[in-house]
Each structure stands twice: as C-alpha cells, then as structure tokens.
Design a binder for this molecule. Structure first.
Ligand code: MF3
Ligand code: CO
Ligand code: CO
Length: 269
C-alpha cells in the first residue's frame, strides 16, 4: 500500500526553497558544459555550489531501500546511451554527446529533485530527436496533474507521446513521491492506462522524470551496480521536475528563472 504524505502550507514553503536551489544548480551548470570537460568536473562544480548555498547533495552516500551500496558522488551524469545514475568520473565530454545532469538538494529538511539533458557542442539529428521527445514527454505528463486525476493518466499521456514519436519509455525506473525523504510513495510510472492508479490530492508532492530511449525500452546495469544503459545502446534522454498538486492544478516547484544554456537555448542551432 502506498502511504502518500500530504504536505502542509508551511512544509511546502520550506520544500520550495530546496526545489528552487536545485533549479539554480541546473541554470548554473548549463554554460559550463562543453567538449573537453569531464563529468567529474561537473560533479565538483555542482557539489561546491550546493554546499556553498547551505544545502547537502542528496545523492552523496545515498543508499536506496533494498540496496547495500552507497552512491559515491553528488550528482548523476548520464552520457548518451546511459539511461540514469551515471557516476561522474574522468570521462571527457565530446562534441555531439548528450549528457543528463540530475540534481537533488537537501535544504531545510526537504529534498528538491530536477534534471535536464544537455547538448555538448553541436547535436546530431538523432540526439536532437530523442532529447526533444523526452522534453515534451515531461510536459505532457505535467499537463495531466490536477486533483482527481489518476497516476495512470500521467503514464498514459507520456507513453502515447513517446511511442507516437518513434521512442520508447523505460519501465524499471519511475517518478516518485518526495519531501522529507528523497524517494517516498507513490511510484509514478511513465507508462500506463488512463483512469487507473492512485487519485491525486492537493498537497501531494512527487516527481515526473520520463527516461526516453531512441530505440527499445530494455535496459541493463553495469557491474558498478549503478550505471543503467540501453540494452541496444540507443540514445536515452530525460527531464525531471518536482511537482505539487494544488487545489486546482499543478505547481512546478523546480521551475526555472531562465532558459537552460546548452539545452533550451544556444545548443541546437
Ligand atoms: N535523482 C534521481 C531521481 O531522480 C535518483 C538518484 S539516486 C542516486 O530519482 F543514488 F543515484 F543518486
Ligand atoms: Co527523482
Ligand atoms: Co532526480
């Protein structure tokens, strides 16, 4: 059974600060993404930014339920065929790569979780295609969120958009409730059936974060126990926001103040 916490107005006010810091990290790191930079350098820059703003990077030493491994870095950096949970390291980003940076901050007792996929230098056509489908999948998912809607409505909208645009939806990883804990109930699948699943209520906070593959949806994990990649090595892209169900619709708590450099502007032309 899903135990879904309902946040009070006070809690939401606190949580928004964490969410907004996570959004600022993406805005800060975008301009620093270019050929020649390593994912390890991006991790260090984000780590210092987060700690410098009085927060803690939630992934660092994070141990998911049912796992005995701790995550060793402060952000996830997933390049090309890596679907999620790529561990920042000495890998040098090259012209034409895509890289998803997933930022989670812990501030004032609450987590804020957001990610975006960036272009390194000039994107190739296939990279552009998969990234733009992933971006739209998050949008169509968010558009379903309002009191009374079902989780299945979100999943169905995302799945229809992805599959209607020659992409596929990863099954093994979902969005999630978030708040005082990094991963709370409920699971928020990015595929499903309209009218099914948990009914949304005001005060619920959860993420939508569809992982969209250019090829098949099947994934596999590297021996490091974290890095997930597409089985067919097709490109994978992802965007994530932390959301609040309001009395009438949805509030994007990780909303940005300006377009993301190397993702929303200045990269695809
Ligand atoms: N930020 C990821 C998410 O969106 C989770 C990363 S877990 C970690 O849920 F351990 F890999 F950091
Ligand atoms: Co998340
Ligand atoms: Co995340």
């Amino acid at each position: 059974m899903a135990r879904v916490s309902i946040k009070t107005a006070r809690e939401i006010e606190q949580m928004r600060k964490s969410c907004q810091l996570a959004a600022r990290v993406l805005e800060f790191i975008g301009p620093k993404i270019r050929p020649g930079v390593t994912t390890g350098q991006l991790d260090r820059l984000c780590h210092d930014f987060i700690v410098g703003h009085g927060a803690y990077p939630s992934p660092l030493n994070y141990r998911p339920k049912f796992s005995d491994q701790r995550y060793p870095k402060s952000i996830c950096a997933s390049v090309n065929e890596v679907v999620c949970h790529g561990i920042p390291n000495g890998r040098v980003l090259e012209n034409g790569d895509i890289v998803n940076l997933d930022i989670t901050t812990y501030l004032g007792g609450f987590h804020g979780d957001t990610n975006a996929t960036f272009f390194v230098g000039s994107p190739r056509a296939e990279a552009k295609r998969v990234v733009e489908v992933a971006r739209k999948c998050l949008d169509v998912g968010i558009a379903q969120v309002r009191p009374g809607a079902r989780l299945g409505d979100i999943g169905a909208a995302i799945q229809e958009y992805a599959e209607g645009h020659r992409c596929s939806v990863v099954r093994e990883f979902t969005g999630h409730g978030i708040g005082r804990e990094f991963h709370e109930d409920p699971h928020v699948p990015h595929f499903g059936v309209r009218g099914k699943g948990l009914r949304l209520q005001p005060g619920m906070t959860f993420t939508i974060e569809p992982m969209i593959n250019g090829g098949d949806y099947a994934v596999e994990m590297l021996d490091d126990g974290w890095t997930v990649l597409t089985r067919d090595r097709s490109l994978s892209a992802q965007f994530e926001h932390t959301l609040l169900v309001t009395t009438s619709s949805v509030d994007v708590m990780t909303t940005r103040q300006c377009p993301l450099v190397n993702s929303e502007v200045g990269a695809s032309e």
